[in-house]
Write a protein that binds this ligand. Structure first.
Ligand SMILES: NC(=O)c1ccc[n+]([C@@H]2O[C@H](COP(=O)([O-])OP(=O)(O)OC[C@H]3O[C@@H](n4cnc5c(N)ncnc54)[C@H](OP(=O)(O)O)[C@@H]3O)[C@@H](O)[C@H]2O)c1
Length: 269
């Protein structure tokens, strides 16, 4: 599995399974199937209400825990140091794990700095192997750097071919924060999977548009966590490492950047 290195030396796979909107037995099955197909990263969150199912899928997969990178996130109901501390143990219990690989603050909150103190403490205790943030835009991120002791190792952000964030990726990398893309397929809200530029490039490589869109991100060193409830698409989304986009192809996709969100709720923090 191709991966990127975090600032503490850990590796994080470039492709993982997103699990928002997967619940119950369907979630168990998709996590289990993904891991058996070769996925080694699973992304969940307390907000998704599926940590138990994710944990069950991990166990049913038969893949050793040490080979799997598990991310979860704590959020608004845990908006204090004490509550965040307790929430970390709740996530571990729901997942049935003794540690998670990456724990994120799901969104910027006024109480974010004190919540993050609980993450730093859990990191020191070995309950989490890496810590970070999510949905922190440039302003929130720059402020947060002055408020934390351990710089976030990851910032998970909406990132796709229509919202590429190249400058912010560079800025964060200089601080040791790696960009991870949520909605790397723009949640299929658009014509991304049929976009003529992606279709044309895909034809040259024997790939589909969605694979070209994901390849564009991983080729920039961005970890992607597409979600699907279809096994065929699980396979498709994993097959990103047997082709390379040329400089000209990368540039024609760079030209599609609209540099704005498709998810207005991310502007409300
Ligand atoms: N940190 C945050 O605030 C945050 C926010 C949103 C999401 N996330 C995480 O990021 C993950 C991914 O984001 P997302 O689920 O919002 O959006 P996404 O992965 O960009 O898109 C998912 C959509 O794309 C479709 N799809 C998947 N693979 C496809 C393919 N190969 N061809 C065509 N369509 C395909 C899926 O349909 P089917 O299921 O029908 O295949 C689904 O409708 C989430 O699951 C979650 O883990 C984090």
């Amino acid at each position: 599995m191709e991966s990127i290195q975090l600032s503490n030396g850990m590796t994080m796979p470039l492709i993982g399974l997103g699990t928002w909107d997967l619940n119950g037995q369907e979630c168990v099955k998709m996590v289990k199937t993904a891991l058996q197909l070769g996925y080694r990263l699973v992304d969940t969150a307390q907000m998704y209400g599926n940590e138990q199912a994710v944990g069950e899928g991990i166990r049913q997969s038969g893949i050793p825990r040490s080979e799997i990178f598990v991310t979860t996130k704590i959020y608004r109901p845990s908006a204090s140091y004490e509550k965040a501390r307790a929430a970390i143990d709740v996530s571990l219990a729901r997942l049935g794990l003794t540690y998670v690989d990456l724990l994120l603050l799901h969104e910027p909150y006024q109480a974010g700095p004190q919540m993050y103190r609980a993450l730093e403490e859990a990191y020191a205790q070995g309950k989490v192997h890496a810590i970070g943030i999510s949905n922190y835009d440039e302003n929130w991120y720059r402020t947060f750097l002055k408020q934390c002791t351990i710089k976030p190792m990851v910032n998970q952000l909406e990132t796709h071919i229509f919202y590429q964030r190249a400058n912010f990726q560079r800025e964060m990398a200089a601080e040791g924060t790696m960009l991870q893309a949520w909605a790397p397929l723009a949640q299929a809200k658009t014509n991304l999977t049929t976009h003529p530029v992606l279709v044309r490039i895909g034809q040259a490589h024997g790939k589909r548009a969605a694979q070209v869109a994901l390849r564009f991100l991983v080729q920039r060193g961005i970890s992607v966590i597409p979600k699907t409830r279809h096994e065929a698409r699980l396979k498709e989304n994993l097959a990103l490492f047997d082709f390379t986009l040329s400089d000209a192809e990368m540039q024609s996709i760079e030209a599609l950047d609209q540099a704005k969100t498709f998810f207005p709720w991310t502007l409300a923090f």
